[in-house]
Design a protein around this ligand. Structure first.
Ligand SMILES: [Zn+2]
Length: 391
C-alpha cells in the first residue's frame, strides 16, 4: 500500500483490487479513479492501469472499500464538543474522520436563543469553508420536558415562529435539520414554516402518540430522531411514533447502534421493518474516541464510565461514545444485518435523508471521492474525503 501522505502533484487517486461494498452490494476486484473531489471512473480487474498516469496508486489487496460514512447526528468527540466553537468542532470532526466519518451534520443541544444564534453563525462559516461539514442540526429547544434526555429543561419551550425565523436567519442557509416534539402547541405550523425554508424536520424527544406523529409527517417531517430513545415505545394497543415511522416510506429512522441505546435484536427489527430507511448515527458526545471521565454536554454535567455516558448522578443516557466504524461492526456482528444493508445505513441512507443521494454515499462515477478502506473486523485502515487521503 502507498504512503498515507498525499502526493500534492497527483491529479487524483486510483484505488484498485478492492472488495467494493456499498448500497448496491459487494464486487470483487473493484477499482475507482478520482479527480479533484469526485470519483470519475470505476471498473474491475486490471483496466485501471490506463488511468494510472499522474495518479497516486493504492493497492487495496482485497480489503473492503466503502463510501465515506455520513453522520446525521453527533455532538462531539476526541474530548471536544460541537457547542464550544469552531476549534472544538474541527477537533471533534478529526476524531470521527479517523473512524471513517467523512461528512457530518453538527448537532447543537438545547440552549438559550442568543447562544444558539452564535453557534449557528460559526457553523454557517464552517459549512461555507469546509465541504465535509453539512450544516447544523438543532436538537431543541422545542422538545418535550417528559422526554428531555440530556437537554436542560430550563431552555425547553413551545415552538415560536419569530424565534424560528431568527434561527433560520442566523444559520444563513446552513440549518439542515431540527428535532422537535410535534405535540407541543404551534408545532404543526412550525414544521410547515421550517419545511418551506428547506430545513429537514425530525420528530424526537417527544411524547407524541401515533396520530400526532402521523400529523407531523403529513406536515412535512421526514426523520425520526434516535428511534426508540426519548419517545414512546411500541405497545400493542398504542403503536406510537415508531410504528408510524415504519408505515411511512418517506421517513428515515435514526438509530444509535452502540449496544447501549438499543438492544441489537431490536435494531434488527428496525432494519427489517423499515428496509433501506435506517440511518446509523453516533449521537456522540465529547468522550467518543477519547476517554472515560467527567464532561459537559451543553450546560449539563455528564459522567462517562466504560464508554457509557449518563447525566452525572443519574441513570439517564446522555449521548454516546460511538464512532461509525463501531456502529458498522455491531450492526453486522450483533444485530445480524447484512454488510450491504449496514453500510447503506451509514452512507446512502443518510445521504438520501439530506437530499444529497445523487452525490454522496455511493462508490460510483460522479459521486464525491469519499471512501473508507476496512481491514480485519471492520478496522479502518484508510479514509479519503473529497479526494484527499486523510488517514
Ligand atoms: Zn443528540
Amino acid at each position: 500500500m502507498s504512503s498515507p501522505v498525499p502526493d500534492d502533484d497527483a491529479v487524483g487517486t486510483v484505488i484498485h483490487s478492492a472488495r467494493k461494498l456499498d448500497a448496491d452490494g459487494e464486487v470483487d476486484e473493484f477499482w475507482l479513479a478520482t479527480e479533484g473531489d469526485r470519483i470519475v471512473e470505476t471498473g474491475h480487474g486490471e483496466t485501471w492501469r490506463r488511468l494510472a498516469e499522474g495518479r497516486e496508486i493504492v493497492d487495496a489487496a482485497g480489503r473492503r472499500l466503502t463510501p465515506g460514512f455520513i453522520d446525521l447526528h453527533g455532538h462531539g468527540g476526541g474530548g471536544y464538543s460541537f457547542d464550544n466553537g469552531p476549534d472544538e468542532i474541527m477537533g471533534a470532526l478529526a476524531t470521527h474522520r479517523a473512524h471513517g466519518t467523512t461528512r457530518s451534520v453538527i448537532s447543537l443541544v438545547t440552549n438559550p436563543l442568543a447562544q444558539l444564534r452564535e453557534s449557528l453563525g460559526y457553523i454557517a462559516d464552517l459549512t461555507e469553508l469546509d465541504p465535509l461539514v453539512l450544516g447544523a442540526h438543532l436538537e431543541g429547544p422545542f422538545l418535550a420536558e417528559g422526554r428531555k434526555g440530556a437537554h436542560n429543561p430550563e431552555f425547553l419551550r413551545d415552538p415560536d415562529l419569530e424565534m424560528i425565523k431568527e434561527l433560520i436567519g442566523a444559520a444563513r442557509g446552513s440549518l439542515r435539520q431540527i428535532t422537535m416534539a410535534p405535540e407541543r402547541p404551534n408545532a404543526i405550523e412550525a414544521i410547515e414554516v421550517l419545511v418551506e425554508a428547506g430545513v429537514i424536520v425530525a420528530v424526537g424527544h417527544t411524547e407524541a402518540d401515533y396520530d400526532q406523529t402521523v400529523r407531523a409527517f403529513h406536515a412535512g417531517a421526514r426523520i425520526l430522531t434516535h428511534t426508540f430513545n426519548a419517545m414512546n415505545g411500541i405497545h400493542h394497543r398504542m403503536p406510537g411514533p415508531i410504528v408510524a415511522a415504519f408505515e411511512h416510506p418517506e421517513i428515515t429512522l435514526e438509530l444509535v447502534l452502540d449496544g447501549i441505546h438499543v438492544h441489537p435484536d431490536v435494531a434488527h427489527l428496525a432494519f427489517t421493518s423499515a428496509p433501506h430507511r435506517v440511518a446509523l448515527i453516533t449521537d456522540a458526545m465529547a468522550a467518543a474516541g477519547y476517554a472515560d471521565g467527567d464532561y459537559r454536554l451543553g450546560t449539563l454535567n455528564v459522567t462517562v464510565t466504560d464508554g457509557k455516558a449518563v447525566l452525572s448522578g443519574t441513570s439517564s443516557i446522555a449521548g454516546s461514545t460511538l464512532t461509525q466504524d463501531t456502529a458498522l461492526r455491531i450492526a453486522v456482528e450483533r444485530a445480524h444485518v447484512s454488510p450491504t444493508d449496514a453500510v447503506e445505513a451509514l452512507t446512502a441512507t443518510p445521504a438520501r435523508a439530506l437530499g444529497l443521494g445523487h452525490e454522496l454515499g455511493m462508490l460510483k462515477p460522479g459521486y464525491a471521492a469519499d471512501a473508507v478502506l476496512l481491514g480485519h473486523e471492520w478496522a479502518v485502515e484508510g479514509v479519503w474525503a473529497a479526494g484527499r487521503r486523510i488517514i
